[in-house]
Design a protein around this ligand. Sequence first.
Ligand code: SAM
Length: 294
Amino acid sequence: MTNPEDQAWTIKRLLEWTTDYFQKVDADTPRLEAEVLLAEALGCQRIELYTQFDQVPDAEPVAKYRDWVKRRAAGEPVAYIVGHREFYSLRFTVDSSVLIPRPETEHLVIAAIEACQQVDDRPIRILDVGTGSGCVAVALAKHVESVKIGAIDLSSDAIAVAQQNIDQHEVGDRVKCFTGDLLQALPAGSQPVHLIVSNPPYIGLKEQGTVDANVDQFEPAMALYGGDDGTDVIERLIVQSVDMLLPRGVLIFETSPIIMDACLNLVNVCSEFASCDVVKDYSGHRRVVIARKI
Ligand SMILES: C[S@@+](CC[C@H](N)C(=O)[O-])C[C@H]1O[C@@H](n2cnc3c(N)ncnc32)[C@H](O)[C@@H]1O
């Protein structure tokens, strides 16, 4: 960020320079990312940048911003740099041990909220398998009254982040964390549940070459890859869910359109499931499976 013309580095100029630089390094959304980083470095809202366009920020936040711009240009996602991401209109702390929450996962939350509306028992017992940042569990705890949610992850580092988000959103009385492999993470004798929700790892290792290089490099492999075809974790989850769901309980999981047919076959060969629906995402891709137990 040299300044050959010796002009002041106003907010406007910083944003224009960075947007141009991010365009050259193929960032996804150059202007937006520049604004998010600068607002975070200055400790203000994005909108406030526009009311201070001609101001020259102090050297210290600008040095921090310059470091962040370099990290972003090297491919690191903005959410990891600033340490948070919005999901379902809630702010979640993230670090490199958890998947960055994606907009398509909001369909999983919407489907789960709708399924909760069909349950008469209280409290509604839910498991969120592969909780990562805890975004799904926390969003459900915030939007459904009288729930008890078990948030499970194989990664203890992810569980530490989930716990931070549970605490920040003050839902610790409704969401408890468990570390371990799928439903085996639960203590022996755990009560069966009304709902199991999951955004499991579902990219096939054989698709790894097609995955965005920055996703592959920066996001945890354990959160992304579900064996050769992407179905390994989902297959085990479907089988284990049968015993943990109450009669008429519902398993709702996110998957990829690439393996959607394989996932539907895995549900259909399980005679304990009575019916199965599919929800499309914002791009029209088949994304979420809703399987209802007999
Ligand atoms: C795609 S991420 C989803 C994270 C979060 N629920 C979200 O939607 O942003 C999948 C999560 O499943 C966890 N995971 C992978 N294999 C697992 C297993 N066998 N048992 C429990 N969790 C697992 C990963 O650590 C990761 O946090």
